[in-house]
Write a protein that binds this ligand. Structure first.
Ligand SMILES: [Zn+2]
Ligand SMILES: [Zn+2]
Length: 332
């Protein structure tokens, strides 16, 4: 199905879609029931295409790619190394697929790309003087080990019955609802840690690593300081309290691992060979990398940036209002 929309490129080469960024209609007032149903079950919507894809990955991982519970009852180097390598391969394949299509094959050139620039090379601001290599370094050396550490301890705790466990067979509705709530819980958690990360010292020593990427690419998504990775994956600890199945915990961690590739893809949409276009939801977070002072959360159900006065919907008027707010604060 086509989701076609147009946009404009300015003199600097920055492209913006004509479509104004909008939150999901779930909390709209007055209620818009038909719009909510369309958002939930329509295309593009909550489930299609991305929701189903990201929910299927942890199910496959749990059934075919996770060691037996008996094995995980004690910490042993064999299964721990397996989890780390499995996660490394998954992240390289999934983020690599975005990178390969958009940045190596350049399958759609700069069509729907937010800048005309490509990732920096021979630039001393980046480790190894190369933006993608710096991004890969933080992904492989920090993101994967820290995410895997959370996963190993969580699976070990499930294997020893230390965590509140719920079975899909006995409580299928509860399990399904919790599955659907995980992206929403992640939105709230991400907004909180991201706002904190913009506090002076934490920004300077930690979050600046991520913002070294003004122009983003799929591997920028997990390019963060290890302290930020610790905060970023801490959301999974909710499953230590709320009765869950290991699939929920896996989904929570994998959602954090895989979705940044699309929200940092650098493109508003991906155009497939057969003309099918898939929205990436990148523009919302791209504006955060471009302007810093806006769009700390996501463009999902909770309009957190709207509530806290930091929403930029991508229009020139919204950017002007954001600049005015910024200068007013500077003069205080
Ligand atoms: Zn930030
Ligand atoms: Zn980012």
């Amino acid at each position: 199905m086509k989701t076609s929309f147009t946009g404009k490129r300015d003199k600097r080469g920055d492209w913006r879609p004509d479509e104004v960024i909008q939150y999901a209609p779930v909390l709209a007032w007055p209620p818009r029931l038909m719009d909510v149903l369309r958002w939930l079950f329509g295309y593009p919507g909550f489930f299609l295409p991305w929701g189903i894809v990201y929910m299927a990955i942890p199910v496959v991982t749990w059934i075919w790619l996770t060691p037996a519970m008996d094995t995980m009852r004690t910490f042993q180097p064999g299964w721990i190394a397996y989890i780390v390598i499995r996660n490394l391969v998954m992240v390289l394949v999934i983020v690599g697929a975005w990178h390969l299509r958009l940045y190596v094959q350049k399958a759609q050139g700069t069509d729907f790309k937010h800048t005309i620039k490509w990732p920096a090379r021979d630039n001393p601001n980046f480790l190894f003087k190369d933006q993608v290599l710096e991004n890969l370094f933080y992904t492989v050396a920090s993101a994967v080990p820290i995410w895997s550490a959370y996963e190993v301890v969580t699976l070990w705790a499930y294997a020893n019955n230390y965590l509140p466990y719920v079975s899909w067979a006995e409580h299928p509705i509860y399990c399904l609802v919790l599955m659907c709530l995980i992206p929403l819980i992640r939105d709230l958690h991400f907004y909180a840690i991201h706002r904190i990360s913009h506090w002076g010292p934490l920004y300077k020593y930690v979050h600046a690593v991520h913002h070294n990427n003004v122009d983003v690419n799929p591997f920028s998504g997990l390019s963060m300081h290890p302290v930020e990775h610790l905060l970023y994956w801490s959301g999974v600890l909710i499953h230590w309290i709320v009765p869950s199945h290991p699939i929920h915990a896996l989904f929570h961690m994998q959602h954090a691992a895989f979705t940044p590739a699309q929200s940092h893809s650098g493109f508003t949409k991906v155009v497939m060979h057969d003309g099918v276009e898939v929205k990436t939801h990148d523009f919302f977070h791209y504006l955060h990398h471009k302007y810093f002072e806006c769009n700390y959360g996501g463009d999902g159900v909770f309009p957190l940036d709207k509530w806290f006065g930091t929403f930029n919907d991508g229009t020139e008027a919204s950017t002007e209002a954001m600049n005015k707010r910024f200068f007013a604060r500077m003069q205080q």
